[in-house]
Write a protein that binds this ligand. Structure first.
Ligand code: TMP
Length: 212
């Protein structure tokens, strides 16, 4: 059986990852792949429960390292219950956020640093690395404006200050600069269709998908 690939979508608030993940999955299915679409924090029953603890409530409710540990705990469960079984079955996995989000939000944004986040990931998920990571990039004000328009209660991170969001945007760009073979940065300012076309071009080129 041809092995499935693990694709992650990353970026700050309001960059349109969920919409783009759904469209990418639709395209991959049309190209004949079996696809699992999933998200973090969440993607497995226990991890979805941890998600509520992280995305709702007061901005200051967690000590930063506790917060990072909760994200990584949810990730481990998601990997064990959802991602790895899907990949083992030959499915393609499209995941809305993964380890780079902890690096960007908690490592760069909350200031815990790269080494601490890399250490947590080594412990929890070992060398599990996406085959391709698409970083959707937007100016912070544009992204927060889009996100606030549709937050629906899960807005704990959106309520964090603009400096935090600037640090994590720079963090994603730094991650992509450090790992150019795994990561591709895509400008998310354009229309939904244009951004999706750019994503499909990268997926086609790097993972050898022939779009119908
Ligand atoms: P979502 O809005 O993309 O569904 O993600 C929920 C929030 O969780 C989002 O504001 C980013 C944040 N987050 C982290 O801070 N660290 C992480 O490791 C992950 C996966 C998400």
């Amino acid at each position: 059986m041809a092995g499935g690939k693990f694709i992650t979508l990353e970026g700050g608030e309001g960059t349109g990852k969920s919409t783009q993940a759904a469209l990418l999955a639709e395209g991959l299915r049309e190209a004949g792949k079996d696809v699992t679409v999933t998200r973090e924090p969440g993607g497995a029953p226990g991890a979805e429960q941890i998600r509520s603890l992280l995305v709702e409530g007061a901005v200051e409710r967690w000590d930063p390292m506790t917060e990072a540990l909760l994200h990584v705990a949810a990730r481990r469960q998601h990997l064990e219950e959802t991602i790895q079984p899907a990949l083992d079955a030959g499915r393609w996995v499209v995941c809305d956020r993964f380890a780079d989000s902890t690096m960007a939000y908690q490592g760069y944004g909350l200031g815990l640093g790269r080494d601490a986040m890399a250490g947590l990931h080594e412990l929890a998920i070992g060398g599990m690395t996406p085959d391709l990571t698409v970083v959707l990039d937007l100016p912070v004000e544009t992204g927060l404006g889009r996100a606030t328009a549709k937050s629906g209660g899960e807005d704990r991170y959106e309520r964090m200050d603009a400096e935090f969001h600037r640090r994590l945007r720079d963090g994603f760009l730094d991650i992509a600069r450090r790992e150019p073979e795994r990561c591709a940065v895509i400008d998310a300012l354009g229309a939904i269709d244009a951004v999706q076309a750019a994503i499909r071009a990268v997926v086609g080129e790097r993972l050898g998908v022939d779009w119908p």
